[in-house]
Design a protein around this ligand. Structure first.
Ligand SMILES: [Zn+2]
Length: 68
């Protein structure tokens, strides 16, 4: 008699809990929404502004781009 031992291992989603580490995005200067996220470089202007420590952001509410 062979015992068919089925491995019953529950795979818990051991996601790393990044608590207390919330991304601090700047507020949108147009509508004041804080749902902003980094935008990709759109051209040489963004590349130049990066020299000035200005990163391109995009507002998720009014979808306007700004630099911060
Ligand atoms: Zn906005």
């Amino acid at each position: 008699m062979s015992a068919g031992a089925a491995p019953a291992q529950d795979q818990h989603g051991a996601a790393a809990q990044n608590q207390g580490k919330k991304a601090t995005n700047p507020l949108c200067p147009y509508c004041g929404c804080e749902e902003t996220h980094r935008s990709h470089r759109a051209g040489p202007i963004d590349y130049f502004l990066r020299w000035l420590s200005l990163l391109p952001y995009r507002c998720a509410d009014c979808e306007r781009r700004f630099h911060h």
